[in-house]
Design a binder for this molecule. Structure first.
Ligand SMILES: Cc1cc2nc3c(=O)[nH]c(=O)nc-3n(C[C@H](O)[C@H](O)[C@H](O)COP(=O)(O)OP(=O)(O)OC[C@H]3O[C@@H](n4cnc5c(N)ncnc54)[C@H](O)[C@@H]3O)c2cc1C
Length: 497
């Protein structure tokens, strides 16, 4: 009989692992507590509009990119997509011309040289590190390694060229800016803070240099960020199609309440069917948890090893997201509006609590809005703790954040009662409810030196046959990142069997 795998969660990490293992002949069952698959990369519909709940742009769809490789193995066409160019237009406070992150490497080089004179040696270092890291990552290392097999995968991925990255293992972007005499360049620093916080959860001062080198380079050709035709749901739809074709099953509205173990090994999960209330233990040879590492510890309860639990408890506070979803008439959208924009509203404040907005705008014919209309989705970072008060306080805060965000967006978009047809907002409470993520924390554990790559949480957990996929693990957040973790876990399970 084929080994049985239970996957907890149908986010992109869980669905990708499930589809890969079903393709390789395993008996796969996926349980998800939500109504639709996709987790933070799913969608919801209102009054003819389709809104992407979290993720709006996709890396790794280019030939050789991780999504592309996985769809090739699954024998499924990748979803239709167009490259974003510029990948982002970044507006700093008081400036009317944005910094445009072009897809073409030369054009981006000219743009940054014009925007940030004297910074080229810094960018060249990033490029050298990116070239070495990207080639290394393309050889499928397992990070951090936790077994002889993992170590062997890691060793095989190393080449002479990889060694250039080693002296920078413990560097942060902030340190390197100072080495290059750029520590006082406020514009460059704020641009990097904005862009890095999107990918690494922390600002330039804290982000690990090796992580930043990749995060800042993937928007350029031959890589790139892509806008999916239809909606972000296209990604999970494809994975569900593949899973079911290969005999796997996906059950939505099924909550996994606990992971069952015997003698230090995962043997199944306790599942509750939300519709009928029925609770049972689903046996498994392997359990794959597509949840945050904090959720994993909760699911393990008393059997979570004390050292592992302590490590999770000691993690720096995670970030939440406040998101405003607007359905608007096309009249609200300025001519030549790029698909993604980033606004900073105050040079000195932290990149949190409505001080910055990352904005994604649909374009005509992309399947997200009725004719003559568009969706505008704006997100900002927020401390999840401030959303934990009583219901009245929560509602007032949500209202205030929504109004502030719309007022700020109104500095660029033509937003009036006539052009706004639908308004809705999501807070950490919303994300906790719809994605089950602990306290509504999104985006992984952060890419500080202490938590990135070799120092992060492994896919191999201390419980045998229990695997962790998703944005708490290497290489971090994003649909491409979690797909890489899924790819690793599928290989690790195969190596065990
Ligand atoms: C506002 C925002 C904007 C973003 N923008 C981008 C972007 O533009 N591009 C990009 O690539 N990434 C973006 N991201 C990040 C990206 O969405 C995530 O990193 C990625 O989708 C996470 O995938 P995952 O599989 O790790 O987990 P999740 O998406 O969190 O999926 C986990 C799944 O597990 C289910 N689940 C949880 N607990 C249980 C349980 N006990 N039982 C059953 N099911 C359970 C949940 O319902 C969920 O479906 C963004 C995130 C946010 C919040």
């Amino acid at each position: 009989m084929a080994p049985r795998v239970v996957v907890i969660g149908a986010g992109i990490g869980g669905m990708t692992t499930a589809a890969l293992l079903a393709r390789r002949g395993y008996g796969v069952r996926v349980f998800d507590q939500a109504i639709v698959p996709g987790g933070c990369a799913s969608t919801f519909r209102r009054r003819g509009f389709t809104f992407d709940v979290g993720a709006t742009q996709v890396a790794g769809l280019e030939p050789g990119g991780i999504h592309h490789r996985i769809f090739a193995e699954l024998g499924i066409e990748p979803p239709a997509a167009t490259p974003c160019d510029p990948a982002c237009a970044v507006y700093l406070p008081g400036e009317s011309e944005p910094i445009r992150v072009w897809r073409d490497p030369q054009r981006w080089q000219q743009e940054r040289q014009r925007q940030f004179p004297g910074s080229e040696p810094f960018w060249q270092l990033l490029k050298d590190l990116f070239d070495a890291s990207w080639a290394f990552q393309g050889r499928d290392p397992v990070l951090p390694p936790r077994s002889a097999w993992d170590v062997w995968q890691l060793v095989q991925a190393v080449r002479l060229g990889t060694l250039v990255t080693l002296p920078h293992t413990f560097s942060t972007v902030g340190q390197v800016l100072r080495w290059y005499g750029l520590g006082h360049d406020r514009r460059l620093r704020r641009f990097l803070d904005l862009q890095l916080k999107l990918y690494s959860q922390v600002d330039a001062e804290e982000t690990a240099l090796l992580y930043a080198a990749t995060a800042l380079a993937v928007s350029q050709s031959p890589q790139g960020l892509f806008h999916l035709q239809g909606s972000m749901q296209a990604l999970s739809d494809r994975l569900v199609e593949s899973l079911e074709r290969d005999g796997g099953t996906l059950q939505m509205r099924h909550t996994v309440e606990a992971i069952a173990t015997e003698k230090g090994r995962a043997v199944g999960v306790q599942v509750r069917d939300q519709k009928t209330g029925k609770v049972w233990t689903e046996p498994a040879d392997h359990v794959v948890a597509n949840v945050t590492v904090q959720n994993l510890v909760n699911l393990l309860g008393d059997v979570a090893p004390a050292g592992y639990r302590r490590r999770v408890d000691k993690l720096p506070d995670g970030s939440g997201a406040f998101v405003v979803y607007l359905g608007v008439t096309q009249a609200a959208i300025p001519a030549d509006c790029p698909p993604h924009l980033q606004f900073l509203y105050d040079f000195d404040g932290p990149i949190a609590e409505n001080n910055s907005l990352f904005v994604s705008v649909s374009h005509p014919g992309d399947g997200r809005a009725p004719d003559g209309c568009a969706t505008v989705i704006a997100s900002s970072f927020t401390d999840p703790r401030i959303w934990q008060g009583d219901d009245d306080r929560y509602a007032m805060l949500k209202q205030r954040y929504t109004e502030t965000a719309i007022a700020r967006l109104g500095q660029y978009f033509h937003l009036t009662p006539d052009t706004i047809l639908h308004t809705e907002a999501a807070t950490p409470r919303t994300f906790a409810h719809f994605t089950g993520r602990d306290r509504g924390i999104v985006g992984g554990i952060g890419q500080r030196v202490s938590t990135f790559g070799p120092f992060g949480f492994a896919n191999r957990t201390p419980i045998a046959h229990l695997w962790l996929v998703g944005d708490s693990t290497h290489p971090g957040e994003g649909t491409a990142g979690v797909s890489y973790s899924a790819w690793t876990v599928a290989r690790q399970i195969e190596a065990v069997e």
